[in-house]
Each structure stands twice: as C-alpha cells, then as structure tokens.
Write a protein that binds this ligand. Structure first.
Ligand code: PXL
Length: 293
C-alpha cells in the first residue's frame, strides 16, 4: 500500500495513557548536547510535550566549540557509569523491579564509541524492550574519521539488529543501505533495503537534502510504504530535528500507537517545531518542542 500523508494531520493527544496507571514511560540512551538543541535534552523535552514520563541515561557530553567552527568536543561517559545508569533505570521501571514493568520503550541516540555500543547492547540484551527506536547517529562533527568508522561498524553489527524502528537521515540511510540517494525513488529504495537488513520499521528522512519544495520522508515496515511530506521551512537543517523526530516516534510507541501512526505524529510534531525554531549565536537554529502548542 502506498499513500501520502501531509502535516495537516492533527497531533494525537496522549490518548493511550491510562490515568490510573499514570503516564507512559520512555527511556532515551543518548548524549548531552550542552546548548539544548539536540541529544538527550531534545528527547526529554519531546517526551514531556507528548505526555510521556521521560528518563535519560547519558552516554557522552558534547560541547560545541565556538572557537573551532562549532565542531563537537566529545567526552564519553565512563563505561561503568553508563552500565550503572541502565541498571538503575531497568531496576526501577523495568521487569527487574518485581513490580509490573512500565518501561517497554527505549530510544537510542548518540553512543559515540565502540565501547559504549557494547555496553548498551549488553544491557539491551538483558532487558525485554518491546520498542527499540534507533536514531543511528553515525557522524559527530569534528570526530576523528577512523574512530567514527569503528563506531559505525559496531552500531550496524550490534545495535541495528536489536532495533524495531530506525530513523536514518540522508547520510545515514546511504551508509546503512549502501545506496546513493538523490531523489524520492532512491530514498524509497533505501528505506526498503534498511528494512530488509534490520527487520525494523524505517523512517528514512530526505529532509532538506532532496531537491524540491517539500521535506519528504519515507516510512516502510515491510507492508506499508508511505511518503510523509511537509513544505520545507528554509533550506538549512535545524539542530535537534532528527533527535526530536525519533523521540516523538518513541513517545507515541510508548503510548501504544502503531509504528505508522507514530511516524505520522512525529512528522507533524517536528514540522511545527521547525516552524517555531529558536535562533541563537550558533550558526544553526534549534527546534522548539513547544511548536505545536
Ligand atoms: O543531532 C545529532 C546529535 C545527537 N546527539 C548529540 C549531539 C548531536 C548533534 O549535535 O550532540 C549528543
């Protein structure tokens, strides 16, 4: 089935929350991005905005360097500390607590090193998450390329097979699929290929990278292929758009939405956040998660 959805779809209210049981709960395993545009900060703001109790376990701390073209200064969190955060979170909210598990949905953002990928993969293997949303952050501006290659390979080998939903951007979709993406047809082919490789639902983002008046993304889950399209807002990517899109998918899945519903709501959420973006002294604006309000 092929269809086209526009951003006119209303944002879903957090209808899946059970008032007696409290809000849905979601975990993000992600890096801190100090200026608040991207990373765990964007994820938590998105969760809150969509009515989901958010938890962040930090993998690294990224501080842009205004003296060096805003490249990323990247500091990993100690492996033991990452493992401890995951232990605390799954003990408190997961099946390990003895109480009914309320945490069955996790988002994975920037991991940043092969060591962190192994630590997270081991923790995920011990837990039974129903929804594992992977934002396959492959490149961090300013990272040493050899190091980034190791990280890419480890992510593909150890985390991609665990994912139930993947949200690659243009560059990441080319890297994961091995295909060159120049237009909507090649974006569709890449989404299909990444599904075949991972078994996950795929939301491949063309964003501002494909020519034309619209920001076009492709959803594919093995049965349904849907093009999600919204008029472009400017030609420059906005900080936090990718993180917020994947976080919105995560929040919706945590509330019980289907993957396709989650993708549609996330697209609408991010489009509104880009329209209402926040300018700063950095050369890129940041998405405002309160945009739909
Ligand atoms: O937008 C990708 C991203 C994810 N996570 C962290 C980041 C960035 C980009 O800056 O810093 C921590």
């Amino acid at each position: 089935m092929t269809s086209t959805a526009s951003d006119s779809a209303a944002l879903a209210a957090p209808a899946h929350n059970d008032a007696a049981a409290g809000p849905a709960v979601a975990l993000t395993i992600a890096g801190s991005e100090a200026t608040g545009g991207a990373g765990a900060q964007a994820d938590l703001k998105t969760f809150q905005e969509l009515g989901v109790f958010g938890i962040a376990n930090l993998t690294c701390i990224v501080s842009f360097d205004p003296q060096d073209n805003w490249n990323h200064r990247f500091v990993p969190v100690d492996q033991q500390v990452i493992a401890h955060q995951l232990e605390a979170t799954t003990a408190a909210y997961g099946a390990a607590s003895g109480a009914p598990s309320v945490l069955d949905t996790v988002k994975i953002g920037m991991l940043g090193s092969p060591a962190t990928i192994s630590t997270v993969a081991e923790a995920l293997a011990r837990s039974a998450f129903e929804n594992v949303v992977l934002d396959p952050v492959l490149i961090c501006k300013g990272q040493e390329p050899g190091h980034a290659l190791d990280t890419d390979q480890a992510l593909k080998a150890q985390i991609l097979p665990l994912a139930t939903f993947v949200t690659p951007n243009h560059f990441e979709a080319e890297s994961l699929s091995g295909l060159e993406i120049t237009d909507l047809e090649s974006l569709k082919a890449a989404a299909v290929r990444i599904h075949e490789l991972s078994g996950a639902a795929v939301l491949a983002k063309g964003g501002v990278r494909l020519a034309g008046p619209d920001a076009v993304d492709v959803y594919y889950d093995g049965e349904t292929l849907e093009v999600l399209s919204a008029p472009k807002v400017g030609d420059v990517a906005v900080s936090g758009a990718g993180c917020s899109l994947a976080a919105a998918v995560t929040a919706e899945l945590a509330k019980g939405a289907t993957p396709l519903e989650a993708a549609r709501t996330a697209k609408t959420f991010v489009t509104a956040g880009i329209r209402n973006r926040v300018a700063s002294g950095a050369p890129f604006d940041a998405l405002w998660q309160g945009g739909p309000r």
